[in-house]
Design a protein around this ligand. Structure first.
Ligand code: BV8
Ligand code: ZN
Length: 258
């Protein structure tokens, strides 16, 4: 059992919270079988994920980058939302003002029925025209598995398609950025299953703290923000979230304040 006192303190805070914002990373989907970015499974063939998730890598070798995304799409299509996704989906119905900002592109939070999901880094299930042709929408859903051709081509101009995700060196959609930094003004902010190394997503936790939120981290290992937040719990998201949720379901949940 995770530090029962810490769980009690979080339950107490959440029991009286009106607004809750959650930031998730790859660790929340690990139990579903989706590889994390920086763990031992963060490689594909001999490549590090970070070396492929860039516009330069795509410009140099669109075939290779699409083979990686095709492999991930096929893998994710066989993954299911698990306990961590389910608890967070139920919290999106429990709290009056709930926002879930995810760095994950796998779509598992949406498949779990979570309300008000902000996809900070886009979606692996969307595509965009690489040349940004005039006739194509900015992005659109394309769940075809496998693509009949790799790399796939834009149906509007015949040029290359690209995955609808944000690559390293690309800016976050300004509207997404705005909504996310508004959402950090909340009663409780939880950073769950993220190494908190990728910016600007990683700066949301401290922005929440500066805005007066009670800040909580749940992660398998310490991260650069662990010592800066009000509480940092080391453990599996699926286990800790279930313990907190059980605490919330007890009548008149209470505990010491954080
Ligand atoms: C930008 C989409 C500017 C693609 C992704 C130096 C310092 C600071 C910043 C930078 C810097 N140099 C460069 C930068 C900027 C760069 C950056 O932050 N680089 C890092 C690596 C240093 N950021 C960018 O480029 C961003 N854009 O800055 O733009 C700009 C502005 C205007 C105009 C132009 C440019 C864009 C970054 C977006 C990159 N795209 N994904 C795709 O998925 O294919 S990021 C990628 O990392 C994923 O989205 C992933 O979600 C994200 C973060 O990683 P995590 O989710 O945290 O995953 P990770 O594996 O790292 O950690 C998982 C954690 O879970 C681990 O700690 C593990 O212990 C834990 N865990 C595992 N299992 C469990 C668990 N925890 C709990 N329970 C479990 N069961
Ligand atoms: Zn096009």
């Amino acid at each position: 059992m995770q530090d029962a006192n810490a769980i009690d303190r979080i339950v107490k805070k959440l029991s009286s919270a009106r607004s809750v914002t959650v930031l998730t990373g790859a660790g929340v989907s690990a139990a579903s079988g989706v590889p994390t970015f920086r763990g031992k499974d963060g490689r594909w063939k001999s490549y590090r994920a970070e070396s492929l998730a860039t516009p330069e890598a795509f410009a140099e070798n669109p075939q290779l980058v699409w083979e990686w995304y095709q492999w991930r799409r096929q893998l994710i299509a066989n993954c299911e939302p698990k306990k961590a996704h389910e608890v967070l989906a139920s919290w999106s119905r429990r709290f009056d003002d709930f926002t879930l900002i995810t760095q994950n592109v796998d779509g598992l939070h949406e498949r779990a029925g979570t309300g008000n999901v902000i996809r900070f880094h886009g979606s692996i299930w969307e595509v965009r025209c690489w040349s940004g042709c005039r006739d194509a929408p900015d992005r659109w859903l394309n769940e075809i598995i496998p693509f009949p051709e790799v790399p796939p081509h834009c149906p509007y101009c015949g040029g290359l398609l690209r995955p609808g995700v944000v690559w390293f060196g690309e800016g976050i959609d300004p509207e997404i950025l705005e909504r996310s930094f508004v959402a950090v003004t909340c009663d409780v902010f939880l950073a769950i299953g993220t190494s908190s190394r990728v910016h600007p997503a990683a700066s949301l936790s401290n922005a929440a703290k500066a805005a007066g939120a009670t800040t909580v981290e749940i992660n398998l290992e310490p991260t650069p923000v662990s010592s800066q937040l009000n509480l940092s719990l080391e453990g599996a998201a699926e286990t800790i979230l279930e313990q907190i949720d059980q605490g919330l379901s007890k009548p008149n949940a209470f505990g010491k304040g954080i």
